[in-house]
Design a protein around this ligand. Sequence first.
Ligand SMILES: [Zn+2]
Length: 296
Amino acid sequence: MSVMSSPPDVQESVSPLARAADEVGPDGKIQVDLPCRQCGYNLRSLARDARCPECGFPVIRCLRRDDLGYGDPRYVARVALGAYLLWGTSVAALPTLFLLGAYGTGARLAAYALAAVAAWLVTTPDPSGIGETEYGPTRRAARTLVPIGLLAAPLSIVYRTTASDAVMSIARLLIVCTWAIAFVGVLVLVRYLQCLAIRTGGTTAARELARSFRGIALCVLPLAVIYFLKVRYGTLGSHAAMVVAVVASIAIMGLMFTVVSTMAGTWALARELRAEAAIARQLWPPEGGAKRDGVG
Ligand SMILES: [Zn+2]
């Protein structure tokens, strides 16, 4: 399975029962081996609106197993923290669109380190293993590529401070590679965030993140090509310069919308995840596996 494969259709998150269609037969009864979330009893052949005969847990809450609200609350809280940090990263990225030297070296390194921590937290694997067969490759790719891509920051410091020509040319080559890795890594990360958004049942984050993905895919490459042309060929002829200026303006405008979508998407995702973590804390069995009273 490709790491860039599309997340499940957003529409699916609207109707939990539609999503659980393969678990419930046309007669409204569970047609698969479905363990009770609370006691593990096999709920197969029970009606969808019944309760677990062993512990009284509602059968309907055992469907949609990939909903994060039913997950391990510590895991969901960790992913939520990662999403809040990613939002902070996208906010910090905004001034760099207008002023390339918006931050000093120390601040830039701190921002990159924060982004790496955020990407690491948000791509924590679900301890239940749910989702790994569908989007595990996307999750692992984001977790690996984003931190590698962020090494561009310390490399650019080496590039600017070294006195050796050899070190400089190696650093330049590595910077180009890490930027390419960062580009793919960010795309994969946004794809994975879309998968997480669908698991919260909310639709705002999924919609904004879909915009963010399209914006990054469409706007970054033309700017990179223009930057390369400028470095490689210096001043361009007047016609070429005109075309380049128009393309660059459109791409930068698109990038501004993209940053706004990314901010809106990560913020909505973080809030949806925090809400799911609160639900998870109520639903998750207490430590020691003690049985709780049936809900309701
Ligand atoms: Zn049960």
